[in-house]
Design a protein around this ligand. Sequence first.
Ligand code: BG6
Length: 489
Amino acid sequence: MSSITVEPCTFALFGALGDLALRKLFPALYQLDRAGLLHDNTRILALAREPGDALTHLAHIDSQLRQYVGDKEIEDQAIGRFLARLSYLHVDFLKTDDYVALAEQAGTAQRLIAYFATPAAVYGAICENLSRVGLTENTRVVLEKPIGSDLESSRKVNDAVAQFFPENRIYRIDHYLGKDTVQNLIALRFANSLFETQWNQRYISHVEITVAEKVGIEGRWGYFDKAGQLRDMIQNHLLQLLCLIAMDPPADLSADSIRDEKVKVLKALAPITPEGLTTQVVRGQYIAGYSEGQSVPGYLEEENSNTQSDTETFVALRADIRNWRWAGVPFYLRTGKRMPQKLSQIVIHFKEPSHYIFAPEQRLQIGNKLIIRLQPDEGISLRVMTKDQGLDKGMQLRSGPLQLNFSDTYHSARVPDAYERLLLEVMRGNQNLFVRKDEIEAAWTWCDQLIAGWKKSGDAPKPYAAGSWGPMSSIALITRDGRSWYGDI
Ligand code: BG6
């Protein structure tokens, strides 16, 4: 069915009854199977700590799968084939004895892929137990985020895993890297000489990266409150997007060539100074407001919340990259929960022409913009200046789009979920879309100094109404530089 060859494997999913596994991982595996991308001999072992009868757990996985995949994509034959690959095993992740049964089921005839959808605190123990029962040889391990909550704790987790697995068999997930449109950033930049020649401080004035979510905390208060939006979104997803926009062209498409370039960007990020903390960074926390016309509670009134919390649900900041390509080009990053819409978008603002010959009152609109829409309505649009039509218009300028909407242009049936791509690449042994240890560490180093600065200042996050674009000071952050967030309504 498919032209891609994927070797058979035993896919052992730790934390198989957790939210991530049920919502994302089983549906992604099912979609791969349905697309003919799983080898006939591939087996899936669902491993969880929950006691109880295996058949009951399997029935639960089945019913959740149908719910998350949706009626249109559930096919009886595909579901039957998928469930036939699946078995359930009760494993207490900390007990070596429980791994004996896993070793028997997994065998050594084909490669083991061990996916850790569990808290990072147990990654080391799982690795050690896999090693005790002889399951490390040739095994690939997949680590979910968050890996630690700062540089020190992430090093601990990475070091614990590294005792048993070499870096080239460790796959650290950042699911944004699996999104089709995020991979398109590489194609857009390096397969089009048109852009790459302009991609520097000579032609670009600034860059905006917005990842806005409409949802609030959705029952995850316990986890989220310890993390906050900086750790949950900026440290990984937004910094990865920034790297893909800012990195130099890699020598080739190999995982290490790309990752070497990304690390250089992370290391070139200017630390935020104590003064910068007040002018360059805004933390916010949502208060009650409206989402889709319905009133919704504030962060401190969410289920299981603690009314004292000063965890941020919104961050906007200006990052500067200290290198020749980007000197003097600010990258404005913004991400928050309970924003007016779900939107992930990158806007590259080009400088105005070096010699301006049109009417002075039109000067403000001059400047091309490249808008890369990651979700929803994936596509790319380039705003270009043209002359308005009509005899009475003279040389009146107008900004219009050169538009590429992926689903209209390529008539793609469906955009695969990021996890489908990522799981497929693990099975194919391609580390391109996974984060290397030094990348994570460089990202934490930059975020840690920010968190330390916040702690020292003791400032509480600024309130913003649910359903708004964040605190007023996030608008001031960019208007102070004579700019505005693109497209805010
Ligand atoms: C996760 C964060 O990594 O990404 C969540 O932990 C966030 O808080 C999610 O909601 C957003 O992902 P997506 O793919 O919906 O943009």
